[in-house]
Design a protein around this ligand. Structure first.
Ligand SMILES: Cc1ncc(COP(=O)(O)O)c(C=O)c1O
Length: 502
């Protein structure tokens, strides 16, 4: 890669194949002092290459520099502000990993006898207790490995409940508001339900009259994301639950956005029957690059018999056991106990926070989002300009009208200021008045100074939109690669290296 200011190529920034020099080695082996063996004969010719693989030939320093340079290009919450909406990119305290690295955790094997893993079962039992308390629901399973996996588990539990009641064949529909997270309809469809979309009203909430008209004996459940993907708290949860329960249906809440309401209000108290948590969002389990995460679910009493196995149980003598024999269980959804390391990190985090800390997190997360909303009002259009939850959705309506610039241009320009782009084009245009969404989630871990820095940058970008639109159209400018053809990157991905195929 060529450096734009110096026009010379730094070898450490090239591809490994470009850096390769014939004959260069990381280490040289000593002369052979054992009898030579013909590999072809030894392996009986099976699956041997006709020619040696074309691997790059490099020194150790070449390799170290290459990967260090790549690693330094990585963006992380440890490096700078990461307001990626819907992802809750909060700072993850290092003590989580420090404690998880203790041999008691890293060397424990899931097949150890129960007597030897008493502490681990107790940890899972206690973590379930925290989640029971936060959800206001009496039973939890920690097994699902992600939010969407929790949704799937929850919907399968509801399905098993109705099958058991002899209503499996009649309850065929799941209602999903158009402000729900995309995994909600995907889950319901994957479980074999017909999904029915409920349109949001002008305030971004559920239209109760429309809901009443949709609900009937064919309804198995409604899956609602609360707070919604518009960053708003649904004000009518009690009425929604009443409408569903009157028809014998269940209310599922996508609780991936619990960072806004944890410790403040309990979903079980307003009629939710099943919910999932994203421990990798709300409870500081690192995420990005696909996990590993954890998506425990909490359920009401009548759904408890269907939860996956095993379940951690406290016996009357104070010891712990894993309960495998559960006749109505939906079975296993994950090997062993789920993503155990993720559970341990969430447990450490929650134990440190305590009841007050959990609540305070939600309050600060909501305060931070509303501070940004108030400070950027007038600079960017806000679709629903009222008190938001832990994230705020701006749109590109103003920039589009003024300079034909869009959410993607603002997001790319943010990179030039060292800030990770916010989530763009989500929620989708059908709930943002047809404009491109810019969803900002600051989280409670950011200081007022960082929020002010972000606000100043966003104001500066809004001014640049008017004064110098080209600056945005071509952004980012100070990255190793500038504006990419994103459509081509997703529709024509090149998943091989031509140099190694040559
Ligand atoms: C509201 C909401 N629901 C569900 C999910 C799915 O969670 P996961 O990516 O862990 O499957 C997410 C992911 O961020 C989310 O934001």
């Amino acid at each position: 890669m060529t450096n734009a200011t110096t026009a010379v190529t730094n070898p450490a920034e090239q591809l490994l194949f470009e850096m390769s020099v014939e004959g260069r080695r990381c280490l040289r082996l000593p002369e052979l002092d054992v009898p030579k063996v013909d590999v072809k004969t030894a392996l009986k010719g099976a699956k041997l290459r006709n020619q040696p693989a074309k691997l790059p030939e490099l020194s150790e320093l070449d390799v170290v520099r290459h990967f260090k340079n790549l690693a330094d290009k990585n963006f992380s919450v440890d490096k700078n502000f990461y307001p990626l909406g819907s992802c809750t990119m909060k700072y993850n305290p290092k003590i989580n990993v420090t404690l998880l690295s203790k041999p008691g955790f890293t060397k424990a094997h899931p097949h150890l006898p129960e007597a030897d893993i008493q502490g681990h079962i107790e940890l899972m039992y206690n973590l379930e207790g925290y989640l029971r308390e936060i959800s206001g629901l009496p039973a939890v399973t920690l097994q699902p490995a992600a939010g969407a996996h929790g949704e799937m588990t929850g919907i399968m539990v509801i399905q098993a409940f109705f099958r058991d009641k002899g209503e499996g064949k009649t309850r065929t529909e799941v209602i999903i508001p158009d402000s729900a997270h995309g995994t909600n309809p995907a889950t319901a469809a994957l479980a074999g339900f017909k999904t029915v979309t409920l349109k949001s009203n002008a305030d971004g909430g559920c239209d109760l009259e429309a809901l009443k008209a949709m609900v009937g004996p064919q309804t198995a459940a409604m899956m609602i994301t609360n707070p919604t993907t518009l960053g708003l708290i649904e004000p009518n949860m009690l009425q929604i639950a009443e409408i569903l329960h009157a028809a014998g249906a269940k209310l599922y809440m996508d609780g991936a956005n619990m960072n806004a309401i944890q410790g403040v209000v309990r979903p079980g108290d307003y009629g939710v029957d099943v919910m999932h948590f994203n421990l990798h969002k709300t409870y500081s389990v690192p995420h990005g690059s696909g996990g590993p995460g954890a998506g425990p679910i909490a359920v009401r009493e009548d759904l408890e018999p269907y939860l996956p196995t095993p379940r951690p149980i406290k016996k009357p003598d104070g010891t712990f056991t894993l309960e495998f024999k559960r006749p109505k269980t939906i079975g296993k959804v994950r090997s062993f106990f789920g993503n155990y390391g993720a559970l341990v990190m969430a447990y450490i985090y929650m134990s440190q926070l305590g009841r007050e800390g959990v609540r305070r997190n939600a309050e600060y997360a909501v305060l931070a989002a509303n501070y940004i909303r108030a400070k950027l009002r007038g600079h960017y259009h806000i679709q629903n300009d009222k008190t938001c939850a832990h994230e705020v959705v701006f749109t590109d309506a103003k920039q589009d009208a003024e300079s034909h610039l869009h959410a993607i241009d603002v997001a790319k320009r943010l990179i030039d200021y060292g800030i990770h782009p916010m989530t763009i084009y989500f929620p989708q245009a059908n709930v943002t008045g047809g404009h491109g969404a810019m969803m900002v989630e600051p989280t409670e871990t950011e200081s007022k100074q960082t929020l002010d820095f972000f606000i100043d940058v966003m104001k500066k970008i809004a001014a640049e939109c008017k004064e110098n639109p080209d600056l945005l159209k071509n952004a980012p400018h100070n990255m190793p690669v500038v504006r990419l053809d994103e459509v081509r990157a997703t529709t024509q991905p090149q998943l091989y290296c031509p140099m190694c195929m040559a």
